[in-house]
Design a binder for this molecule. Structure first.
Ligand code: SF4
Length: 181
């Protein structure tokens, strides 16, 4: 468990960011599923195009083991309003803002002395074009892999965290996860 004083420092800094909901979990509470990985492989256009997505991130069991090396899991959401939630291009266009906030929250944890693994709701968008597969990741310490690409079951994560999975209407709900130790 995080100590109360550090938690207070982190939560005070979060007040300056547009985080909608957050929760503190133990990493062991995260559930993984090969089925999520299969959906990535069959349906996501980012599969096989980034160091932050499968298969480059390794098998689901390897991803689980990486996550279990961390003590705690900080789960949070941000939201964005779009004109049509069914418009994938418009919806995905809001991911940069969420990734930016995910990076800022990771910095808050790092400032408090934690080692972190940050995951976000889509593949890493740090570079205009990912170096995969022709060369190594350009920013391995700051890349942000996709939560679902790790095989994490986000609806179960939301349920455990007591966080809304879907905010309805034309609101895009983005999840982020900071694993810390
Ligand atoms: S930092 Fe750049 S090279 Fe590395 S995963 Fe992200 S987009 Fe790809």
């Amino acid at each position: 468990m995080i100590n109360a004083a550090t938690q207070k420092i982190i939560e005070e800094r979060l007040l300056s960011l547009p985080v909608v909901q957050y929760a503190w979990l133990e990493s062991g509470e995260i559930e993984f599923s090969q089925r999520v990985r299969e959906i990535c492989r069959q349906e996501c256009p980012r599969y096989g195009t980034s160091w932050s997505c499968p298969p480059a991130v390794g098998a689901v069991e390897e991803c689980r083991e990486r996550c279990m090396r961390y003590e705690g899991a900080f789960v949070f959401t941000t939201i964005a309003e779009v004109s049509d939630i069914e418009n994938l291009q418009e919806t995905l266009g809001t991911r940069r803002g969420h990734e930016e906030i995910t990076g800022q929250i990771r910095e808050i944890f790092r400032d408090c002395g934690f080692e972190t693994l940050a995951l976000s709701g889509d593949s890493c968008a740090r570079c205009g074009e990912c170096a995969y597969p022709g060369g190594p990741c350009r920013h391995p310490k700051n890349m942000i892999p996709c939560i679902e690409g790790f095989g994490i079951v986000v609806p179960l994560l939301a349920e455990k965290a007591g966080i809304e999975f879907d905010n309805g209407g034309n609101i895009v709900t983005w999840f982020g996860l900071i694993l810390w130790r």
